[in-house]
Design a protein around this ligand. Structure first.
Ligand SMILES: [Mg+2]
Length: 319
């Protein structure tokens, strides 16, 4: 039986955060280093724990910190009548606060994200604050929440996903990747069959950048064929937005029936492990629902009560 809408919303939010935490310790490690440190199969769960007042937890990174900003702005946007401009001004303020004082400290923030925040502080308007050639994965990694809120209207999901990129990333590859992930999550929640979801994601990317759509198409063929996971993830390191969405799509499709393994494959990638596992986690969590994530991963991730509060807020928006 398909998971409920509420289970899918929780699945996406926890899937993204859990993937981020799984890939946290391996973000800057090569495949060789990962295997040397964690054994021939790489990480098989959280390899990094920190101690907090309530016990130990697996810390996530900037990907989840910034996604929390997006989710908070979405929850606030209802009161503002879903005014995109006002919501993006609110989001820009949250990004600036994050850049100055991220909750729990900075966790490998992207340069383009920090540069965008400095431009915003300097008075730049949100539509123009991002670097015109900033095309790293810093905006696609936080775009999936738009699909959770606007799943009944994928055009709106896309519009908001592209908008949330502009304060930090204005390169077409960042807009294409942000559009694709949000549309993908929206189509998954609307219960479309897999081929339709994949087509909608590629079409969304193509509206901003053909090359991104082309990379997604190749990764999709590789996921459905027998291309070795290591080879694909060695090519698609994910530091750039188009590589990140292509690799995320690869993980989603190749590991559709083994979602936990999909998150681990992202975490064990030689490139931007935390972001790839987080993007895959959002898609796989939305597809399967929260129960696809091992209970210990959900319990041990950083600030699970905050993630549950955000999920409850998004679920309430849908009622
Ligand atoms: Mg990160």
């Amino acid at each position: 039986m398909a998971a409920s809408l509420a289970a899918r919303i929780r699945g996406a939010i926890f899937g993204a955060a859990v993937g981020d935490a799984l890939g946290h310790p391996t973000e800057f490690q090569s495949t060789e280093t990962i295997r040397l440190i964690h054994g021939p199969d790489g990480v098989r769960g959280y390899a990094l724990y920190w101690d907090g007042p309530d016990g130990r937890y697996a810390p996530f990174t900037d990907d989840t910190q910034m996604s929390e900003c997006v989710l908070e702005s979405l929850l606030a946007a209802r009161a503002g009548g879903w005014d995109l401009d006002a919501a993006m001004e609110d989001l820009s303020e949250r990004f600036v606060r994050w850049s100055r004082e991220p909750r729990g400290g900075h966790r490998g923030p992207g340069n383009a994200c920090l540069a965008g925040c400095r431009a915003l502080e300097g008075g730049a308007v949100w539509r123009e604050a991002g670097g015109p050639t900033a095309g790293g994965c810093g905006s696609v990694m936080r775009a999936w929440p738009m699909g959770l809120v606007f799943w009944r209207d994928p055009v709106e999901a896309e519009r908001w996903a592209v908008a949330q990129s502009l304060p930090t990333h204005r390169d077409p590859i960042a807009l294409a990747a942000s559009a694709a992930i949000a549309v993908g999550v929206a189509w998954i929640l609307a219960d479309h069959p897999l081929p339709a979801v994949l087509r909608a994601m590629k079409d969304a990317a193509a509206r901003y950048d053909q090359r991104t759509a082309g990379m997604m198409g190749r990764a999709l063929a590789e996921a459905q064929g027998d291309a070795p996971v290591d080879d694909v993830l060695d090519r698609l390191r994910g530091w750039a937005a188009h590589e990140a969405i292509a690799a995320g799509l690869f993980l989603f499709v190749r590991f559709l029936e083994q979602p936990a393994e999909g998150l681990l494959a992202g975490a064990n990638a030689p490139g931007d492990s935390d972001s790839l596992a987080s993007i895959a986690g959002a898609l796989l969590g939305a597809w399967h629902g929260i129960d696809a994530l091992p209970p210990e991963w959900r319990a041990d991730v950083e600030r699970p009560a905050d993630l549950e509060r955000l999920a409850a807020g998004v679920i309430a928006l849908n009622e």
